[in-house]
Ligand binder design. Structure first.
Ligand code: GLA
Length: 708
């Protein structure tokens, strides 16, 4: 086979691959204006003195056997044999946007199929490998990773850590010598490490610097790595993390990696996330009938386990008056579920709480013109449940060991066909017997000693979770699902193929939400991000925030209200109504436009905007997180506008802003545009900007720009 060079191309990104005798990505970067396969000679590497006498390519498989000393792309063995395979290309199929390359190691009896797809419009690169065992003895697969080379100038890593109530917190580390590694063995994408990473030119910001992002679309265990070799070359690597013994390939069996989604941008993090958002909108996010995202009222923080159908109907009546479009009964509706220590697994209606069944509530909700939704947590079981009493052996467990409960619950073994059939039957009853439009699917604990038939089985559990959801989606295609796992514990592109919304965090504190939502916005557009107005005194932090700060913080996403509207006072209720209505007015823009995070000189201010595709309309939210660093807030230079157009600029919403004379405390004179709308050219607003007011911490204001 010749050393065929293949070019995959798109509107903003090119990928150049040398396909034989082994396969190596030679370039992943901005679309090239001119390129011919002969050009690759320009980057043919010298062989340095003092080490191996041959060049060591960064192949797709990153084989140890070729003299790669970092983390290989494949690790495993056949009883100790065939443990350093080397793959040579046997077939290549390609067009301008896709490449499928089969390579093999005949000696080891293994074939590797590598699929690369470059999305023609958005430039998002998808990569996946499938390893197949051809020999009669099983091959024990320990690791199978997708490895992508990044340029030497990518010398800083940004990744995300977190915990319950505090998801998506970014951290940065230099990528000079050595590397960066993150692993999750929690059995879900996890609050602790979102399965994604960005590498870029030192000091890259929202609007500046070249960046390369990778996301592993996988809801189970994972490992992500960025490595600098001693020769200075850099790679990023993403994989499902297999526990000991989990992945054994008998003859003819194969294992595929999850899809890795990669995007590179030249103009900072915005240029990367805009590609991801576009890609998701075009390829993954699907709303039944393309329906606008209905505003939620979720009962959880309003009533917790205290379900009284008459009272719930009063809540629904209030919700409808506020403009809510979907009413959701959260945890507490099923047998024995009076608190969080009992009932999980018994998916039968609690007839003590609902003597007339669920239908009167559902009918009431529907008569009010709202959709109806309900909460479930199918993968879980409380020891105090009829299900556990009948089937203690249905747990995901390793026999002979006792495992800790988490939130007083264990996990069911979905690989057990009886468990799977039981859950399918119960969910089928729930969705088949009731006109339910939406399911909030929760998953509130991590997997410890997760065994099926005596062997570790997180990978299998993850596949079975997808299968269960797929079976339900096939039967009930109009039902929407939310992926929730104590808030943001199961968020990734693979689960998004089956769901319509993420519960971003159990923390509804507006200040904390500013950070959490920003973190999530690097990879997800606002319409899949559940954002709720909570109680004025946040249940998670006990901090108090104005209705304006709460309302504006929840405004851009898939909005909701999470409290008891019956017990709220008139002023609060008027606030909910105002923000629900403002959200609905802006929703078409917010859920289709381009998101911009703006670099600000003072990081106590966080500015996020959405500009319509045709750039005729935009809103920007200025959130003052802490005491400003400077006495003046400076100018906001709006990205993404049409420089040739003129815009009307006006304050769309804020808490009352007053001068000292009027009883305020932070300004003697306001910038004129706060008093009345002004007109200015797009270019001026982009280059010179708009003078921001000086506002108090934990407040926000919303600016609207309309083309004139
Ligand atoms: C999790 C969810 C919450 C709520 C509770 C119910 O914590 O994230 O939104 O549904 O469970 O038990």
């Amino acid at each position: 086979m010749s050393s065929e060079v293949i070019r995959l191309t798109s509107d903003n990104t090119d990928v150049i691959v040398r396909c034989a005798p082994d396969a190596e990505i030679l370039y992943w970067g901005p679309t090239l204006r001119g390129f011919s396969p002969q050009d690759v000679i320009a980057i043919q590497r010298p062989v340095p003195n003092g080490r191996l006498d041959v060049d060591t390519p960064l192949t797709l498989a990153m084989e140890y056997g070729r003299g790669q000393f970092g983390a290989p792309g494949i690790e495993g063995h056949r009883n100790g044999y065939h443990a350093a395979p080397i793959f040579n290309t046997v077939s290549v199929e390609s067009d301008d946007h896709a490449l499928t390359l089969v390579s093999e190691d005949a000696l080891a009896g293994l074939t590797l199929t590598s699929e690369l797809r470059l999305h023609p419009r958005t430039g998002v690169l998808q990569v996946r490998h499938t390893l197949k065992n051809l020999s009669s003895d099983a091959w024990q697969l320990d690791r199978l990773a997708v490895t992508l080379p990044v340029p030497e100038r990518a010398d800083e890593v940004m990744a995300f850590h977190g915990r319950w109530l505090r998801e998506f917190q970014p951290h940065r580390v230099p990528l000079r010598h050595g590397g960066y590694l993150q692993e999750s063995r929690r059995g879900r994408s996890s609050h602790e490490y979102f399965p994604a990473m960005v590498v870029g030119e030192s000091g890259f910001t929202e609007q500046r610097g070249a960046v390369w992002g990778v996301h592993l679309g996988w809801s189970g265990n994972h490992r992500l790595r960025a490595d600098v070799k001693t020769d200075g070359r850099r790679v990023v690597q993403a994989e499902a993390l297999y526990l000991p013994g989990e992945m054994r390939l008998a003859q003819g069996e194969s294992c595929a990696t999850p899809w890795v989604y990669a995007a590179c941008g030249t103009a900072g993090l915005n240029s990367m996330s805009q590609q991801y958002h576009d890609f998701l909108r075009k390829e993954i996010i699907r709303f039944p009938d393309d329906k606008a995202r209905p505003v939620h009222l979720n009962t959880w923080e309003g009533i917790y386990f205290d379900h009284d159908p008459d009272y719930i109907m009063q809540m629904a009546t209030q919700a409808a008056e506020l403009g809510v479009e979907r009413f959701i009964i959260d945890d507490g509706w099923f047998r024995g579920r009076d608190h969080d220590q009992a009932g999980l697994g018994d998916w039968y209606l609690d007839e003590k709480k609902y003597p007339q069944g669920l239908m009167p509530v559902i009918e009431h909700v529907k008569q009010l013109g709202m959709e109806f939704g309900i909460w479930v947590e199918p993968e879980m079981i409380n020891p105090d449940s009829d299900l556990f009493r009948a089937h203690p052996d249905w747990l995901l467990q390793l026999p002979g060991y006792s495992q800790p409960t988490g939130r007083y619950q264990y996990v069911l073994d979905l690989s057990n066909p009886d468990v799977f059939a039981y859950l399918l039957e119960r969910l089928n009853w729930l969705l088949g017997e009731h006109p339910i439009d939406y399911v909030k699917w929760d998953m509130n604990r991590e997997l410890v000693q997760p065994g099926h038939a005596g062997k570790l089985a997180v990978d299998a559990q993850t596949h079975q979770f997808y299968r269960l959801l797929d079976a339900l989606r096939e039967r009930f295609p109009q039902v929407e699902f939310e992926s929730c796992a104590s808030g943001g514990g199961r968020i990734d592109y693979e689960v998004l193929k089956r769901t319509h919304r993420f519960w971003t965090s159990d923390n509804n504190d507006a200040l904390e939400r500013q950070a959490i939502q920003r973190g999530m916005s690097y990879f997800f557009p606002p319409e899949v991000m559940g954002q709720h107005i909570g109680h004025y005194r946040c249940h998670a932090t006990h901090r108090k925030h104005t209705i304006e700060f709460r309302g504006l913080t929840a405004l851009f996403g898939h909005m909701g209200i999470e409290l008891d509207p019956v017990r709220a006072d008139d002023e609060e209720r008027a606030g909910y109504k105002r923000y629900v209505s403002l959200h609905k007015q802006l929703r078409p823009l917010l859920h289709s436009g381009t998101t911009w995070r703006v670099d600000m000189p003072d990081d106590t201010v966080q500015v996020t905007g959405v500009v319509s595709r045709d750039r005729s309309q935009a809103v920007f939210l200025m959130a003052q997180l802490k005491m400003p660093d400077y006495t003046l807030a400076g100018n906001l230079r709006f990205p993404g506008l049409d420089p040739d157009a003129r815009y009307r600029v006006r304050l769309l919403d804020s808490q009352q802003i007053k001068t000292v004379r009027e009883g305020g405390g932070s300004m003697r004179e306001l910038p004129p545009w706060l008093r009345h709308p002004i007109d200015a050219s797009g270019d001026w607003l982009m280059q010179a900007g708009l003078a921001l007011p000086v506002v108090v911490p934990e407040s926000a204001l919303l600016i609207e720009l309309t083309k004139i």
